[in-house]
Design a protein around this ligand. Structure first.
Ligand code: ADP
Ligand code: GLC
Length: 471
């Protein structure tokens, strides 16, 4: 079976968040299972593109309303990845030094049309088209409705919702940018009086998946306006928990971290990574280190971090380190705390892949007080590296972390997102840290939990097979 994933992000080519990690690892595991899985993504002007050479395999023009733009499909000349990537190069729109901007409608419409125009020319067509998030949400509609793509409408198309907060809305004035279709069916594009690519995908995809089973349930009640639609389409929807790339995220071989380690050498290995962090960020190695890594936005509960950290540090018993970027007021509040607690708190405001790996390898606890968490990969990376997650039980966090008060529990969970619950969870972590034997036992146990893609990649394959059997 030939599978094509279509996405705006893919690690290590272009990463903004977890979407990249998923699209950069699921195809690898599907190939490992004996299928042929590849990715189509935009050709951006970034470090990966600068550092690699490419060959052009197809050239044409893409029609965007009345405009015609040149585009080409490129591939890596020497592919270091475990799957093929087809890059859609639309120089005028996509070749930018960013993945997303405030005005992306034309960019991602052009991307989607060019991708389908190229697929039309292939002798061997994919047997599954797997779209990710709203940036590729028009594809299920275009396959079903646009006259140009009629010959592709027997290819089953799956849409995965990584985050329903973002839907890609744009005005009906731009409807002419979409290739010709029977205008009676324009309602398929609409939700709440604007064109809503995520809603169109939910309506037209053969199957809709979310990145954890709990998130699928939660979306029935709260989906930023799409809850009614998701309930109506429930019978073709399923929640499949994300996996992690156990090759990239492996403390035994990770080249980013200061000292590699296994379950047997975890104590010394993690101590070396913690020592590096404490030296670099002026923290106290004797105290437990609580860390946060992620986007500094309300969804992640990051707006509560400054107050929660300020209060929690009063105990004088802990260290806190934050790595993240996002809303400027949260960034400055977190930055402002540094001078209040020198020696116990620090923050790196920005994005740093290497530092994130060292934090997973050296922090004692990882804080994830998310309001919304469709899956969350950080907690699974933390487990693999032996860092105990402290999470708000929601979405994928609920599906992956069991509280220490339960049988076989190994994490710390809280039910609500507020400063008091966050502080209480940190205090529970501090107490656990002091009961050394239990702390060490849990640390070793969590490293052995298998969250690799093995199981979930197979679940997707079974879904694709079921869709192909419907034909
Ligand atoms: P989301 O995609 O909602 O941001 P996920 O938990 O799915 O959340 O994935 C986040 C990914 O981005 C993880 O790989 C995490 O390590 C990484 N990440 C987030 N913020 C940063 C940062 N500031 N620096 C480095 N990596 C980061
Ligand atoms: C989104 C979600 C996150 C999920 C990621 C990968 O960014 O916010 O929870 O882990 O996609 O599916």
């Amino acid at each position: 079976m030939q599978i094509i994933h279509i996405s705006a992000e893919c690690y290590p080519v272009a990463k903004v968040g977890g979407l990249a990690d998923v699209v950069g690892s699921l195809p690898k595991y599907q190939n490992k299972l004996g299928y042929t899985s590849a990715v189509i993504m935009p050709y951006y002007k970034n470090k990966f593109v600068e550092q690699n050479s490419f060959k052009t395999i197809y050239e044409s023009t893409v029609a965007l309303g009345v405009y015609k733009l040149n585009f080409s499909i490129r591939m890596l000349a020497n592919n270091p990845l475990d799957f093929d990537v087809y890059f859609v190069d639309v120089p005028e729109l996509l070749y930018k030094d960013y993945v997303y901007s405030a005005n992306d409608t034309d960019r991602f419409i052009a991307f989607q049309i060019a991708a389908l125009d190229w697929i039309l020319t292939l002798d061997k067509k994919p047997e599954i088209i797997h779209c990710h998030d709203h940036h590729t949400g028009l594809i299920p509609f275009m396959l079903q409705e646009c006259h140009n793509y009629k010959s592709l409408n027997k290819i089953p198309v799956v849409t995965t919702i990584h985050n329903a907060q973002y839907q890609g809305w744009f005005s009906h004035e731009k409807v002419d940018l979409i290739p010709e279709f029977d205008f009676h069916n324009v309602g398929l594009l609409d939700w709440g009086s604007s064109i809503n690519p995520l809603a169109a995908a939910i309506k037209c995809a053969w199957s809709v998946t979310t990145v954890s089973p709990s998130y699928m349930e939660e979306l029935q009640l709260e989906a930023n306006g799409l809850e009614g639609l998701l309930s109506a389409e429930r019978s073709k929807s399923v929640g499949i928990l994300n996996g992690i790339d156990a090759k990239v995220w492996n403390p035994e071989t990770d080249t980013y971290i200061v000292q590699n380690y296994t379950e047997k050498t975890v104590a010394a290995g993690r101590q070396a990574n913690k020592a590096w962090l404490c030296k670099e960020f002026n923290l106290d190695i004797e105290k437990p280190l609580f860390a946060f890594i992620g986007r500094l936005v309300g969804e992640k509960g990051a707006d509560l971090l400054p107050e929660a950290i300020f209060k929690a540090l009063k105990s004088n018993e802990i260290n806190v380190l934050v790595l993240g970027s996002g809303q400027s007021e949260i960034e400055s509040a977190l930055f402002g705390l540094i001078e209040l607690y020198p020696g116990a708190y620090n923050a790196f405001i920005g994005y740093d892949e290497k530092l994130s790996h060292i934090i997973y390898a050296g922090a004692d606890f990882l804080l994830m007080p998310s309001r919304v968490e469709p899956c969350g990969l950080n907690q699974m990376y933390a487990l693999r590296y032996g860092t105990i997650p402290i999470v708000r039980s929601i979405g994928g966090l609920k599906d992956t972390i069991t509280d220490i008060t339960e049988a076989d529990g190994f994490g710390i969970c809280h039910q609500e997102v507020n400063v008091d619950e966050m502080i209480n969870a940190i205090e529970r972590g501090t107490a656990l840290y002091k009961t050394k034997t239990k702390f060490i036992k849990i640390r070793r146990y969590i490293m052995g939990i298998d969250h690799s893609w093995d199981a979930s990649a197979l679940q997707y394959i079974n879904l694709y097979k079921a869709l192909n059997n419907q034909l």
